[in-house]
Write a protein that binds this ligand. Structure first.
Ligand code: PLP
Length: 395
């Protein structure tokens, strides 16, 4: 039977790799999973006040369809949060979605036509390119310099009459890079000059280690900025699926998009109501768990970066946010590419990571991504295995 051609470009290396891990397990091996960025699978648990809010919502019979654009109280709470970060946003500028993933899908569905191009910094989080391809467009990667700033010359050289948008993720997945105010301003200026949408994903906004986080709202002014954010990471609600889209209320170029995206929201009826009630509690209730989480992660980051940089053939930059490292590996004559490296590592040690090319070949090749969410003892075990593997391979 025929399937649609458009699904051909859809890839998600982070989960696609699990098939290999299952095979390893079915042969009796034990896998150390360092592939998926889900803190709730490790020692970070959804805070009790958020869990209670969900349970109470269900018991109070808040189990019906709600407004397609989202629960009004949650839209209000989102407005409060994002305004504090500097974004110009009113309740009418907010749309609640089943995770950032759904928001991203709706936005790209609304702006990508066949053959249009979407710029994204490389390496990128895979759904950005998958959705662009799914809607017939072409993802185009631009370079980030060694100092963590966008390479403006590279970016500008890749803008064509077909370019529709620039995507920014800060803090970044997979690199953990955090854009400072100057970088954000430069990206906004380029987008404004070329009449491009700016799609910004701030899902890791509260997971930063070194410098103060700067939100895109601080520099947006009247630029056509679309902000994506959600509850999966900072509020430990990954499995509940809740996120949102905010349109810059001062932007003049977003009128058509703002009419179109809610149509997609109405077709899918609404997002999960009890979870939206809990999300209000997440935003308005105690925030202390975030401080604890960031402190734990900072220690794990420091540990893993130190271990990796002490290994033969591996070099790793220090990430400033999120919970990923993206080390470079010297493949030399030992491995054909980074996928072969990752599969060899899995088959010899049971350590599951993700090949860097799964985050875009242009800038992800010869790298691999590690999630450093597990406890130190698990990370230590994984790093010992990796170190031994590297040593044996280079012999
Ligand atoms: C940059 C980025 N955006 C979005 C998501 C997915 O978010 P959600 O769980 O809200 O769909 C992830 C998950 O890893 C991510 O890293």
């Amino acid at each position: 039977m025929k399937v649609s051609d458009r699904t051909n470009g859809v890839e998600y290396a982070i989960r696609d790799i699990i098939l290999h891990a299952r095979k390893y397990e079915s042969n009796g091996g034990q896998v150390i999973y360092l592939n998926i960025g889900d803190p709730v699978k490790y020692d970070f648990k959804t805070p009790d006040h958020i869990k209670s809010a969900l349970i109470n919502a269900v018991k109070d019979n808040k189990n019906y369809y709600t407004d397609s654009e989202g629960l009004p109280e949650l839209k209000k709470a989102v407005t409060e949060k994002e305004s504090q970060k500097g974004m110009s946003v009113t309740e009418d500028d907010v749309l609640i979605t089943n995770g950032v993933s759904e928001g991203l899908d709706m936005i790209l569905a609304s702006i990508v036509d066949p053959n249009s191009e979407v710029l994204m910094s490389g390496p990128y989080y895979p759904p950005y390119s998958s959705y662009v391809k799914f809607y017939g467009g072409k993802p185009v990667e631009f370079r980030i310099n060694e100092d963590g700033r966008p390479d403006l010359e590279d970016l500008i050289s890749k803008i064509t009459p077909r370019t529709r948008a620039i995507c920014i993720i800060s803090p970044n997945n997979p690199t953990g890079e955090v854009f400072d105010r100057k970088s954000l301003q430069q990206l906004i200026d380029v987008a404004a000059e070329h009449n491009l949408y700016i799609i910004t994903d701030e899902i890791y906004d509260k997971i930063v280690f070194d410098d103060q986080f700067t939100g895109i709202g601080k520099v947006s002014k009247d630029a056509p900025v679309i902000l994506l954010n959600g509850f999966s990471k900072s509020y430990l609600m990954t499995g509940w699926r809740c996120g949102y889209v905010c349109f810059n209320s001062n932007a003049s170029g977003l009128d058509e998009l703002r009419k179109n995206v809610p149509k997609l929201a109405r077709v899918r009826i609404s997002s999960n109501l009890p979870v939206q009630v809990a999300a209000v509690e997440a935003l308005r209730g105690p925030q202390t768990h975030i401080i604890d989480m960031v402190e734990k992660l900072r220690k794990r980051r420091d540990y893993i970066v130190k271990r990796l940089n002490a290994m033969e053939g591996i070099s790793c930059r220090i990430p400033h946010g999120a919970f990923y490292v993206f080390p470079k590996v010297n493949l030399d004559r030992y491995w054909e590419d980074d996928q072969q490296f990752v599969l060899d590592l899995l088959s010899k040690t049971g350590v599951l990571t993700v090949q860097g090319s799964g985050f875009g070949k242009a800038f992800g090749s010869s790298h691999f991504r590690i999630v450093y969410l597990p406890k130190e003892e698990v990370l230590e075990q994984a790093m010992d295995k990796l170190e031994f593997f590297m040593h044996e391979s280079y012999k």
